[in-house]
Structure formats: C-alpha cells, structure tokens
Design a protein around this ligand. Structure first.
Ligand code: FAD
Length: 483
C-alpha cells in the first residue's frame, strides 16, 4: 500500500466530514487555490499537504485538529509561513492555516492588544501605531506574529521592552485533545511559560494578548557603509557601541557583496562591503547625535542618519527578504566578540558565486531588557547572549541549492567556536541536539515535562520539536528555583 495514496484518501475523507460545518476554506490538491496556499516564504520548500484547512475561527481549528487525529494524519500549523524550515507545511499532513484569522484589536487605555494568530507583524504595527503604541516585533513586517512570538521575538524594541513573548499577557490555545485553554498569569501559568519561547509544541494558539508601549511615530535610523579594508575598525566600533548603548538603541553590523546595479561606484559591484547600522526608538535628537558615531571610524562610502516613521522602519527590510527566493541560514549566539571572531566574520570563509547574492553575515546586538528579564520567567534560552550571528543567502536556481547551503554552513561552522546556543526561531531542520542547544539542559527538561502534560502523543511535532518526557523523567519542576 502506498502511504501517499493512504494519506490522500484520509485527507479527502477528513475534508468531506468537515465540509458542512467548516466556516473557512478546505483546500485539497485538486483545488485551484491549493497551489498558492501550499507555498511558504522560503521558495526552496516544496511540499504537498493532504489538506489545507484555512480556518475562519476557533471552532474551525478544533474541528480540523480533531479530523486530522481521527484519520491518523500529521498536523502542521501555519501562522505567517516564515519558518526557514517550512514547518507550516508537510507532505500528506493537514495544514491548519490561520491566515484568515488576522484581526487586531487595540485597547489604547489599557495599553493592550489582542491579536489573532494568523496576523502578520505589519497588521499589528499598523493598528497599534494609530494610537502611538507598539509591541516588540521583528525586522520584516510580513513575518507571522504567531511563530515569532512563540519562539521569542526579537526586534528594535526588545532591548527596551523585552522580547515579543515577554510582552505576552495571555494566549488562547487549542490543546492536542481538542480542548480550549486560556494561558495567563493566573489561569495556567505553566502553559504561558512554555508558550513564551517553547514554539508550537504545546497547542495551536488562536489569539495573543500583548502589553503595549509608547513608541514613535518618529524614531531614528542610521547606517554607514564601508570598504572591507576598514572592516576591522568598524567592527571594533560596533563592539564598543553595543556595549555602551542605551536600551533605546540597537546596533547591527553586516558584511555582504554589493550587487551589480547598486548605486555605489562600479568598482564595488560584486565586492564585499561592511555596514554599521542602528535604530533608536527614543528621543529623536538623541538618535541623531548617536548617528555621528558612524563618521569617526572611517570614511563611509555611503551614510544616512535621520528621523523616520516607526512604521517605515518596520517595513524597510521587507523587499530585501521577499517571498519566493530559495533561502538558507544558520545562526549562533555570541557572548562576546573577540578580535578573532571579528576577523572570521569579515573573512566569511566562503567562495562567492558569480552573478547572484552570496553569503551575507550579520551581527545583531542584544542585551538590555532581554538580559534583565528573569532567565526563569519564560522558556526562552540564553538571555545573556550579547550578539546574534547569522550567515544567510538567497538564490533562484535550484541547481545551486547544495553550493549555497554549503557556503552558509562553512561560514557558520567557522563562527561556531565563538558561539554558544542558538535562537530557536532561526533553526533549520538541524536535529534534536540543536533544539536542546536552543534551550539549555534544564529548560529543555522542564519543556519536555510540560510537553508530556499538554501533548503526550506529540501531535504537534512538525516544529522545533520537544519530545514529551517519559513518565520517569516527567517530574515537573514548578518553581523558578528548581529550573
Ligand atoms: P510559520 O512557518 O507559519 O510557523 C513557524 C512555527 O510556529 C511552526 O513550527 C508552526 O507550526 C508554529 N506556529 C505557527 N503558528 C502557530 C500557532 N498559531 N500556534 C502554534 N504554533 C504555531 N525572528 C525574530 O525574532 N525577529 C526577527 O526580526 C525575525 N525576522 C525574520 C525575517 C524573515 C524574513 C523570516 C523568514 C524570519 C524572521 N524571524 C525573525 C524568524 C521568525 O520569528 C520565525 O521564522 C517564525 O517561526 C515565523 O513565524 P511564522 O508564523 O511566520 O511562521
């Protein structure tokens, strides 16, 4: 018996059973909209779910989950579809697609926002900024709120106000058995703890409630672009600026190859350059003064500093990280940035391929409120890490898949000796040990014990999976002091 035929038949039966009461869309491979619906952000993911259940409400989520379980089908959950590993879709599975559930409701007086789980960051930024408010989100506004928050959620506000998940007050969740729970400080604090960083392992979140903060409408951004020969000096300055920055300022440094057609002089096309950039979410005058630091170190090839609407900053990377390109990245947390790490970063360790984007390296400064938030308040690992390193690339030609991925791995492997731990949301499919690396031993144990409580059959395994602890290992450390 061909298992693909079996799962296709089971998916068809599940769809037939759901049809009369389902309020959203049920998309089978023969449906016209299926082809678009199965695509995710990473163009190299090419999977064929048995059924895509595009839910309109919580009732649909429960019904789709129960139908999948009844028919022995795997369950994939899709928020914004941005996981690099493409976890929102799997061959033969039922994809529970939340994209139709994207309402954002702001309570400006209470400084709270309720966000349905299919929302993108853009929707939340837009609605909250109408009131001069915002919550920490990410750097690319077409990313999904759900996956980003459940894994942590780092953005320009994180050093001041904590990660997205630190601002999560409560969440409505459909559990593996089809029941519905509200995880909050009072209601089910263990579940809330796990949802703050533990990924999609514990249930299907249907809505999030976040705290909001005053931000904008104007913030300040600055960026300097430098010749690679000045790279060492620029990265040393980055290290210094990151250490002395106020919580309102987040610094980033990158190395990449200038694309042909860039506005930079021809001599730089196809050549590596280094950038040093920041976003300051506080007082604009202070932000502009911060920008002066870009000039002292070396003569920039290009430089911009100035006030920009917060909403514009939030969408400024959207085009560079557009949908559909084939993508690969690898990342590590760094706890310091020694000179040897700077040199390795600048060298990248890769042969660049002609004509297209080659491997880029980036370093983001963390710290501030991320590190001050208690290590035990959430499942998020490695709060004390000071930098996040990432090697990444994007390409169009499938024939380049192996070379591109291998270039990224080479670069990341060379940086690995300076790193410890990894951000779970930046993991590809890298194996169980790397998932453990994302949390550390004790947190992973607590997560595994909670997994055994909330999802003992590991229904939610198409993610950065935490295996349910076995009965003997599942003694649950409840208090912070035990973890
Ligand atoms: P999906 O692929 O839909 O989901 C990701 C995971 O979450 C899957 O395992 C899925 O099953 C699970 N999941 C999704 N929705 C739910 C739900 N409602 N309930 C339970 N589980 C669910 N991260 C940052 O912290 N900061 C950034 O600035 C940032 N920028 C990024 C930019 C780009 C272009 C991309 C591709 C990623 C970026 N990330 C960033 C990483 C991002 O946080 C993760 O890729 C995240 O998983 C994306 O969430 P999603 O909902 O879009 O993805």
């Amino acid at each position: 018996m061909d298992p693909r035929t079996d799962s296709a038949r089971a998916a068809g039966e599940a769809a037939r059973e759901l049809r009369d009461t389902f309020r959203g869309d049920l998309l089978l491979p023969r449906d016209q909209r299926y082809e678009t619906a199965r695509r995710v952000w990473n163009g190299s993911i090419d999977r064929y779910p048995g059924l895509i259940a595009r839910c309109a409400d919580t009732g649909d989520v429960i019904a789709a989950l129960r139908a999948a379980r009844r028919h022995g089908l795997e369950v994939a959950v899709r928020g914004g579809g941005h996981s690099i590993a493409g976890h929102g879709v799997a061959d033969g599975a039922v994809t529970i697609d939340l994209s139709r559930m994207a309402t954002v409701q702001v309570d400006a007086d209470a400084r709270r926002v309720t966000v349905q789980a299919g929302s993108l960051l853009s929707g939340v930024d837009r609605e909250t900024q109408r009131h001069g408010l915002a919550v920490t989100s990410g750097f690319v506004s077409h990313t999904g709120v759900a996956g980003l928050t459940l894994g942590g959620g780092f953005g320009w506000m994180a050093r001041k106000h904590g990660l997205a998940c630190d601002n999560l007050r409560s969440a409505r969740v459909v559990l593996a058995d089809g029941s519905h729970a509200v995880a909050g400080m009072e209601d089910d604090a263990d579940l809330l703890w796990a949802l703050r960083g533990g990924g999609g392992n514990f249930g299907i979140v249907t809505s999030f409630e976040f705290d909001l903060h005053r931000v904008g409408p104007m913030v300040t951004t600055g960026a300097g672009l430098y010749d690679l020969d000045d790279g060492r000096k620029v990265l040393e300055l980055f290290r210094e600026l990151a250490a002395e920055a106020t919580d309102e300022t987040t610094w980033a440094a990158s190395v990449w190859d200038v694309e042909p057609g860039s506005s930079l002089p021809q001599e730089y096309h196809g050549k590596p350059v280094v950038s040093l950039a920041f976003v300051h979410i506080g007082d604009v005058e202070h932000g502009v003064a911060t920008g002066r630091r870009l000039r002292g170190v070396a003569q920039p090839l290009d430089e911009t500093v100035g006030p920009v609407p917060y909403l514009e900053v939030q969408t400024s990377n959207d085009a560079a990280w557009s949908h559909g390109m084939r993508r690969y990245w690898k990342s590590h947390y760094l706890w310091e940035l020694p000179d040897a790490a700077i040199d390795t970063f600048l060298a990248r360790g890769t042969a660049t391929l002609g004509g297209g984007a080659s491997v880029a390296g980036s370093l983001l400064a963390r710290g501030g409120a991320i590190g001050r938030t208690g290590e035990h308040d959430s499942a998020v690992g490695h709060r004390g890490a000071l930098f996040e390193f990432m090697a990444s690339t994007g390409w169009a030609d499938p024939d380049e898949d192996e070379t591109r991925r291998s270039d990224v791995r080479t670069f990341a492997d060379r940086m690995a000796r300076f790193g410890r731990g990894v951000y779970v949301n930046n993991l590809d499919i890298e194996g169980e040990d790397r998932v453990r690396d994302a949390y550390g031993v004790q947190k992973y144990q607590r997560l595994a014990a909670l997994k055994a409580r909330f999802d003992p059959d590991n229904v939610f395994h198409l993610n950065q999976n935490i295996r349910p602890a076995t009965a003997s290992a599942a003694r649950l450390p409840h208090s912070a002091t035990e973890t």
